[in-house]
Write a protein that binds this ligand. Structure first.
Ligand SMILES: Nc1ncnc2c1ncn2[C@@H]1O[C@H](COP(=O)(O)OP(=O)(O)OP(=O)(O)O)[C@@H](O)[C@H]1O
Ligand SMILES: [Mg+2]
Length: 542
């Protein structure tokens, strides 16, 4: 169980949350929602014990499984499989068993061999007592349901993409918490920050089922409304501007209705307060003329200001970033061309012989299953990586804009301001400020290191960098990940209006519909086809 009382959370000088009392217990399946930057990740981190609250009291009992929004750092030399098994301490045992096995095979000396045999026996006994064999296959089952292939499991974490690493972490946590666990791990409280971000449709469906059946307590942050609708029986709504969390003890559908009613009531209260303030101001202005009433008039003005001052905040919370893509610079007929691209990692061939011509203003979607090389192809086109063979040819006037799924284009240690400065060295300061303003970055936040931005804010900053670039070919890798619904709509709208060429990788069918692509490239074979509606189903599988 987790109990928090009088919890206060801050980010810099901003109060994210105050006086909150939160409780997570067995049977709870809580959806934690709110706008980008509201403080969801911060709240979950603190509940998980990985961050200190600014104030308040926090108590935790029992096991926890925490999936952070960003891939974890830490020891990256272990294999993915060991990382998953380590959740129940099985990785060590397996390694010891392997060592003993080698010793048994290698040593001719009887006494050494006998020792190894005895050691192996002891280890093996412990392994089965811990439910080792069943556990190993349980872990394998979870991994395959999350789209982690055997070959990926054998790789060290260092060689995996951020998305793959997050899936490994998720597998590890679910493995620790699964019913079949020897320790009865189902009592584990799961704290999951955007667990579906890097999952394909099949994995999401499976995860939904898993979470629905989990009895030990769950807090999940997700922008996936289908998952929320299916899984949660309580909702915490974090209201950034009021710095409060509203607790709804009901499922998703009823929550949406209740929230709508609450918002309506608040709007009514707002309108009433504004009306009252207006009357007060009018009265005060009349009285001001008379010297004897000047003090009373001043007081009235103060009261009126107080009535409205609480309201500005509320209005701001409705604010949405005005996301626009750039006015593309002029270019030739085919600004980007690729011939015979091949790429392998070690002995593993990702794809080979991919040809591609991106004409001015054309719209292309890249489809392929997990691991088919979609991100790799974009990175080659964006010259972030070099192909093993073939070449990428820049056409006349090419200006590339690259949006990276893991935000690698951002310098995490530099400030928001320094990042945008770097993305658009030729743009005037005033213009950059107003650009950042439309993406909702103002005031102190300009000095904030980009690494401390929330997931959605990072996405916004990276997109702002594109806008200032006058790019005429945009390479977009999952540009709607992490965005709250209102901001996602803005990105979709920007996609619709952009007149330059776009090469898009996404799991989000809405993004494809907004793009209205003409062509699709299918990986790994690199074949090309005219876009047709049937491909939309493939988008979710991809
Ligand atoms: N060191 C810091 N200094 C100033 N502000 C910070 C710092 N660290 C985090 N913040 C801010 O705290 C706020 C809350 O961040 P958090 O990651 O909890 O948001 P979130 O609700 O999870 O958002 P998202 O939906 O985008 O993931 C953000 O506005 C973030 O920029
Ligand atoms: Mg977050």
């Amino acid at each position: 169980m987790i109990t928090a009382t009088d919890l206060e959370l801050r980010a810099g000088s901003r109060i994210l949350l105050s006086d909150a009392s939160l409780r997570v217990q067995a049977g709870d399946r809580i959806g934690l929602v709110g706008r980008n930057g509201a403080g969801k990740t911060t709240t979950l981190r603190v509940l998980a014990g990985e961050g200190e609250p600014y104030g308040g009291d926090l108590r935790r009992t029992g096991e926890l499984g925490y999936l952070p929004q960003d891939p974890r750092e830490g020891d990256l030399s272990v294999t993915a499989k060991d990382r998953v098994l380590s959740a129940r301490g099985l990785d060590e045992l397996l390694r010891e068993m392997e060592k003993a096995q080698t010793a048994m095979a290698e040593h001719a000396d009887d006494s050494v061999r006998d020792n190894a045999v005895r050691k192996y026996g002891r280890l093996e006994e412990r392994f089965s007592a811990l439910g080792g064999y069943a556990a190993e296959s349980e872990a394998a089952r979870i991994c395959s349901n999350l789209g982690l292939a055997d070959r990926v499991l054998a790789q060290p974490l260092r060689t995996l993409s951020g998305g793959q690493r997050r899936r490994v972490e998720l597998a590890r946590i679910l493995f620790a918490a699964s019913e079949a666990g020897a320790g009865g791990g189902s009592g584990t409280i799961l704290l999951l920050d955007e667990p579906t971000n890097h999952l394909d449709a099949d994995s999401i469906t499976w995860l939904r089922g898993f979470l629905k059946g989990h009895s030990g307590g769950l807090v999940v942050i997700s922008h996936d409304v289908e998952l929320l609708g299916d899984v949660v029986n309580k909702v915490w709504f974090l209201d950034a501007m009021r710095g409060e969390v509203d607790i709804y003890n009901m499922g998703w559908k009823r929550y949406l209705d209740a929230r709508a009613a609450d918002e309506k009531r608040r709007r009514r209260e707002r309108a009433n307060a504004e009306k009252k303030a207006g009357v007060l101001m009018e009265q005060a202005n009349k009285m001001r003329a008379k010297a004897t009433k000047a003090v009373a008039a001043q007081n009235m003005i103060k009261r009126a200001e107080k009535l409205v001052s609480g309201l500005d905040d509320v209005r701001q919370s409705d604010k949405v970033a005005k996301i626009r893509f750039p006015e593309p610079a002029p270019c030739g007929k085919t600004p980007l061309l690729a011939e015979g691209l091949s790429k392998s990692y070690g002995s593993l061939e990702i794809f080979s012989g991919v040809d591609l011509a991106i004409d001015k203003g054309s719209r292309v979607v890249i489809l392929g299953l997990n691991g088919a090389g979609k991100t790799t192809l974009l990175r080659l086109l964006g010259a972030m990586e070099t192909p093993d063979s073939g070449e990428v040819i820049a056409g006349h006037g090419l200006r590339l804009g690259y949006y990276a799924q893991e935000h690698e284009t951002l310098d995490h240690s530099a400030s928001v301001w320094a990042n945008i400065r770097h993305a658009a060295p030729d743009t005037g300061e005033q213009q950059l400020r107003s650009l950042l303003g439309t993406f909702l970055f103002t005031g102190e936040q300009l000095d904030q290191p980009a690494g401390t931005l929330s997931g959605g804010e990072k996405t916004r900053l990276a997109l702002a960098g594109l806008v200032s670039s006058a790019a005429n070919v945009l390479l977009l890798d999952e540009p709607t990940n992490n965005l709250d619904p209102a901001s996602r709509e803005q990105v979709l709208d920007a996609l619709r209006r952009y007149s330059g060429a776009v090469v898009l990788v996404t799991h989000d069918p809405g993004a494809v519909e907004a793009l209205e692509p003409e062509r699709v490239i299918l990986l790994p074979d690199g074949s090309e086809d005219h876009w047709s509606a049937e491909y939309l189903e493939l988008v979710q599988l991809a």
